[in-house]
Design a protein. Structure first.
Length: 366
């Protein structure tokens, strides 16, 4: 019972938008003042809670002491791996980034080499944050391909050597660090719901297409993974026009390579200026993309599709054309929005699952 009460008190402080008084904790937890006093003494001693002394009295009586959760007490890491580079961050439970590092990959199709470079990026971010990796509570990893529930990469397009790789183990982190590996589009969707334009939807689909193609499906607030994590791996279904979009210059907006992305940016800018060649390139991209969205509309039927992964940079010229094409095809009505998180959404999603892992550890019984 003491552990449950402690978890309940800590969770109340963690979720509070401002420091709480003893009276406010009493109302939030339903626990007696004496019980809260004993719990707070332990939490302060363990470093989870910071007492804030009251300021000088301004009227009758002395202001009450305040108590605040210390997010820096538990640190987490996040890693993103794509075909061009790997990026890692270290953050506290409040999401404040304390260290960051990026490495250009030598050969993304080689899992051993890639995971070694991802580990180097994470260690560099840890050094910047002055935190040893042994102090991490959890690390989230975003990678391409279908990823099984246990973090095994089932398949990765154009990279057969990744099949069967347990990416979490490949990072070589200490045994006490919980590593969560998932598909990057799944994690981008998770971040979009928590921090982006989908925070008012319980169910939606996050989607990108072009140089890279994939989707993350959220149903009733949870990632829909499908059998062995294959849900959303539409790049494997060549009949849906993914190859045509991959070869389209507008589709280079989703490339991990900044040089290639600049080509996609130039096409989008050309459309804005009314250049016929750029407009034709975009229209050639929209045709298969609209067909892909229509498949989602008639099968999963999400009320919202979020377009991201780089496409948000051209959303002003892309989304109106997609709406027109979907209406012409008679597809069910659904809202289209551009991602608010941009290319950082996948890394933010990896950070989010790491934080959620620690939340379950600390508050799961509350």
């Amino acid at each position: 019972m003491r552990e449950l009460n402690s978890s309940l008190t800590l969770r109340s402080l963690y979720l509070a938008s401002a420091p709480l008084t003893m009276t406010e904790l009493n109302r939030a937890t339903g626990l007696s003042r004496r019980t809260i006093e004993l719990i707070l003494a332990d939490l302060v001693a363990e470093g989870w809670v910071e007492p804030i002394e009251p300021g000088p009295a301004t009227g009758a009586g002395r202001p009450p002491r305040l108590y605040e959760f210390r997010p820096e007490r538990a640190l987490v890491g996040a890693v993103q791996i794509d075909t061009h580079s790997t990026e890692a961050i270290v953050a506290d439970l409040g999401g404040t980034v304390l260290g960051r590092s990026r490495r250009t990959l030598t050969n993304s199709t080689n899992p051993d080499l890639t995971l070694a470079e991802a580990r180097a990026a994470l260690l560099a971010a840890a050094d910047e944050s002055s935190t040893p990796v042994e102090a991490f509570r959890a690390v989230g990893v975003a990678t391409g391909g279908a990823v099984d529930d246990d973090g095994t990469v089932v398949t990765l397009v154009h990279a057969p050597r990744w099949a069967g790789v347990r990416a979490g183990e490949g990072l070589g982190l200490p045994a006490g660090v919980h590593v969560i590996v998932d598909n990057d589009a799944n994690l981008a969707a998770l971040a979009e719901r928590a921090l982006g334009v989908a925070n008012d939807y319980e169910s939606f689909t996050w989607l990108f297409a072009g140089n890279r193609t994939g989707s993350g499906i959220i149903i009733d607030g949870r990632i829909h993974r499908g059998f062995r994590g294959a849900a959303g791996e539409i790049v494997e279904a060549n009949l849906l026009g993914t190859q045509a979009m991959e070869q389209n210059r507008f589709g280079l907006l989703t490339s991990p390579d900044p040089v290639e992305r600049a080509v996609g940016d130039a096409v989008a800018e050309g459309v804005r200026r009314g250049e016929p060649e750029a407009i034709a390139e975009l229209d050639a991209f929209v045709a298969p993309f609209a067909q892909l969205l229509a498949v989602f509309a008639w099968t999963i039927a999400p009320p919202l599709i979020v377009v991201g992964g780089g496409l948000e940079a051209g959303a002003d010229v892309l989304i109106p054309r997609l709406r027109t094409a979907l209406e012409a095809a008679g597809a069910p009505a659904m809202e289209l929005r551009a991602s608010a998180l941009g290319r950082g959404g996948m890394l933010q999603g990896a950070l989010r699952v790491a934080i959620m892992s620690v939340e379950r550890e600390l508050f799961g019984s509350a």
